[in-house]
Design a protein. Structure first.
Length: 237
């Protein structure tokens, strides 16, 4: 496969390092998350300019609910502000928003804000933005399996008809292409329960930069690195 034929349709990002950045700069953790949200906005705009059709941001994992109560509360408050304040920008730039994850763990008012963002941007086509909130990859696969079992029992689908393709339709990301590139910041080299089914053949890029310091230059570097790779999808040369 020619390296230059790599088609970058979908970038996923694990935005890691807000807490460490805040500690490094003598700031409260909440300030680190706030700076991280500002960076997310810049990367969304950069993706638009680079004409990347799909962008998925890992915002709040299902495991994050086990963090200190004050940090979880601050994250929820920031999420409220972000969803409210950024909606005009999302509409202006033609960005379609979809939130993936377990919404049952979120406060009701945040679920209402999510519904509003999704409904008011559903016809947009410039960029498909997935925001992973209350998300866990194992939980996603388990929930998909439960839904599939219910459909088998009801006769909606037969066991012998199950394929990787139609199983994917039971995931949060149904209808969204698998990521071509997964970026993780902060120097950690693991995927942390993120899009476990979807990243089977995704190219991984690990940056040592803490997320609040991540900028368009770093983002472009990751994208350029992707285009230099040879993707074989399990095939030999």
């Amino acid at each position: 496969m020619n390296k230059m034929n790599n088609n970058l349709m979908h970038v996923a990002i694990i935005m890691d390092g807000n807490g460490r950045w805040a500690k490094k700069n003598g700031m409260p953790i909440a300030f680190g998350h706030k700076q991280g949200a500002e960076v997310a906005r810049k990367i969304i705009i950069a993706s638009l300019k680079m004409k990347i059709p799909y962008l998925t941001l890992y915002t709040f994992s299902s495991e994050n609910r086990n963090r200190h109560e004050d940090e979880v509360r601050d994250l929820m408050d920031l999420l409220r502000i972000y969803l409210s304040n950024e909606l005009p920008m999302l509409i202006e730039y033609g960005i379609k928003v979809k939130v993936i994850g377990n919404r049952f763990m979120l406060p009701g008012d945040i679920c209402n804000l999510i519904d509003e963002c999704e409904n008011k941007t559903k016809m947009n086509t410039a960029l498909n933005l997935q925001i992973a909130i209350g998300y866990g990859g194992r939980e996603e696969i388990l929930n998909a399996q439960k839904r599939l079992c219910r459909d088998i029992i009801s006769g909606k689908i037969k066991e012998q008809e199950i394929t990787e393709v139609n199983f994917s339709n039971y995931l949060y990301t149904a209808g969204i292409p698998d990521p071509d590139l997964l970026i993780r910041t902060s120097g950690e080299c693991r995927v942390s329960n993120f899009l476990l089914w979807q990243i089977a053949y995704t190219e991984l890029y690990f940056s040592k930069v803490l997320w609040p310091d991540f900028n368009r230059t770093h983002f472009s570097r990751a994208v350029n690195n992707f285009y230099k790779r040879e993707r074989r999808y399990g095939l030999s040369k």
